[in-house]
Ligand binder design. Structure first.
Ligand code: SAM
Length: 235
């Protein structure tokens, strides 16, 4: 998968060099290219923002550098490639595990990181002439910029690309894959600082372990995220 990121803070993405995604890049599974929006400005001060039409607090990202950056990315892509443009936004649709799965099948994603009060709205309309556009929210809170949100989405999507996570079975059992949260996990030692591993996990009885884990998943979901609980499991 090819991933382009447009940002005024390219250094945020240095961490993509490490851990599983760093290995995925090394193995050629993920081709990430980070672009500095200021490289697409045309004035001496490399200006990327201006005051909002209609007044109001804060600054808005100017459309011109965005237009040039998106054009350059598309010009550099394979012929006929229509990328999916993802603009992180607290006013976007909610990003979920389902969205991550769907986007993990794309061949080319472009993340556009907003700052200040956001990006001039016409940039989204222009991007829609070049490919699909998704405005994606990480949750109901406001971050300072789209960098952290893009990083989170790149990691959630990237780990679902076949080959990135060593054991694909570990992905199937995770929280948010089937509506339930994951069961609690333990490793050795069996007793630690007065806290014991539940007996059932030491029993070696696969059926009872599976039953216990399912019950834990339902209980946790009911307690922590009742909004996720499938209808047939509601109390
Ligand atoms: N004025 C905007 C609003 O009220 O919708 C918020 C702008 S925010 C300070 C600057 C940038 O941070 C946004 O353009 C977006 O890229 C990013 N951002 C902030 N919160 C986010 C969230 N919950 N999910 C995804 N991106 C977010």
């Amino acid at each position: 998968m090819r991933v382009d990121v447009v940002t005024i803070f390219p250094a945020f993405f240095d961490v993509l060099e490490v851990s599983l995604l760093g290995k995925a890049r090394g193995a050629g599974l993920l081709d990430v290219r980070v672009h500095d929006l200021r490289d697409y400005t045309t004035d001496r001060h490399r200006t990327v923002d201006d005051t909002p039409y209609g007044g109001g607090a804060g600054m808005v990202m100017k459309p011109e550098p965005w237009g040039l950056a998106l054009d350059a990315i598309v010009a550099d892509a394979d012929a006929g490639d229509r990328p999916t443009f993802i603009f992180p936004s607290p006013a976007g649709e909610r990003f979920s595990q389902g969205t991550a799965r769907e986007l993990s099948e794309a061949s080319h994603l472009v993340f556009g990181c907003g700052r200040y009060e956001g990006i001039d709205e016409r940039v989204f309309a222009y991007a829609a002439t070049l490919g699909d556009v998704r405005l994606m929210s990480l949750g109901d809170y406001v971050l300072n910029g789209g960098e952290v949100a893009s990083m989170a989405m790149i990691e959630a999507i990237g780990r679902l690309i076949p080959g990135v996570v060593g054991n694909p079975e570990s992905l199937v059992e995770e929280s948010h894959e089937d509506g339930l949260l994951e069961y609690p996990s333990y490793t050795k030692p069996a007793s630690w600082r007065g806290h014991e591993v539940p007996d059932v996990l030491l029993s070696g009885h696969h059926g009872r372990v599976a039953e216990w884990r399912h019950a834990q998943r339902v209980e946790r979901t009911r307690e922590r995220r009742p909004d996720l609980l499938p209808g047939d499991l509601e109390a």
